[in-house]
Design a protein around this ligand. Structure first.
Ligand SMILES: [Zn+2]
Length: 226
């Protein structure tokens, strides 16, 4: 509460340590940015995200930007995105991650990006889709198309946490629908979510996407919470 008030009064404070930001810094001071808990998954095959998705859906690569740490900086950033509607921060994180992806060969393989859509009722309530805003930042940074409008969410699902794997699967199956399959044909799509936990949402949406002809998939998220 105090932190919330502090940031309303002084918007130019580091979201993590509350230090004043200098002109070249955005959202985080340089020290906090350097110390972000980056997974570096984009550099490593057989990383934790890939292991989570193995055997469930065919994909090329999977990677998350940050580790989720309870009460740590990632949680503060996600809180800012989710409860304070900071769309620009989501764009910024996407652009930051694109700089990392650009340093790898991945940059050349990906044709377009698709964000996991929110159900229209949830979108209305929240005002924006944080996965979409993150995807926009990546798309801009990699100079690729954002084809998120090709996919719709039909059902607003409830929370996944207290369900068994089978129940989760039932919960997310057929909740997504590709409304423009042709636009995804022959493309390598980077499917983007905010947080990957069980991977059930990515699996469900990805399985719809790869129904397009010769469409291959890679997976990315802001955070990975094992
Ligand atoms: Zn800081």
């Amino acid at each position: 509460m105090l932190q919330h008030l502090l940031h309303l009064l002084y918007p130019n404070l580091c979201l993590n340590c509350n230090k004043s930001l200098v002109q070249t810094e955005r959202y985080l001071c340089l020290g906090c940015q350097i110390n972000l808990p980056e997974t570096n998954d984009h550099l490593t095959k057989e990383n934790s995200v890939e292991k989570t998705m193995w055997g469930r859906i065919p994909f090329q690569r999977a990677f998350s930007f940050l580790y989720f740490n309870q009460r740590g900086v990632t949680q503060k950033l996600l809180h800012e995105l989710k409860y304070r509607g900071n769309e620009e921060l989501a764009n910024y994180l996407g652009e930051l991650y694109a700089l990392r992806i650009k340093q790898t060969a991945l940059n050349h393989g990906i044709d377009a990006i698709v964000a996991i859509p929110l159900h229209p009722s949830k979108l209305k309530k929240r005002g924006y889709n944080q996965s979409y805003a993150f995807a926009e930042g990546i798309a801009k940074g990699l100079a690729i198309e954002n084809l998120s409008s090709a996919v719709e969410r039909r059902k607003a699902t409830d929370t996944q946490t207290k369900k068994t794997r089978a129940e989760r699967w039932k919960n997310v199956s057929s909740i997504f629908c590709v409304t423009n399959t042709a636009i995804l044909n022959k493309k390598h799509i980077l499917l983007v979510d905010d947080v990957i936990t069980t991977g059930a949402t990515i699996e469900s949406c990805g399985l719809e996407i790869i129904k397009s002809v010769d469409c291959t998939l890679s997976i990315a998220s802001i955070a990975f919470a094992a």
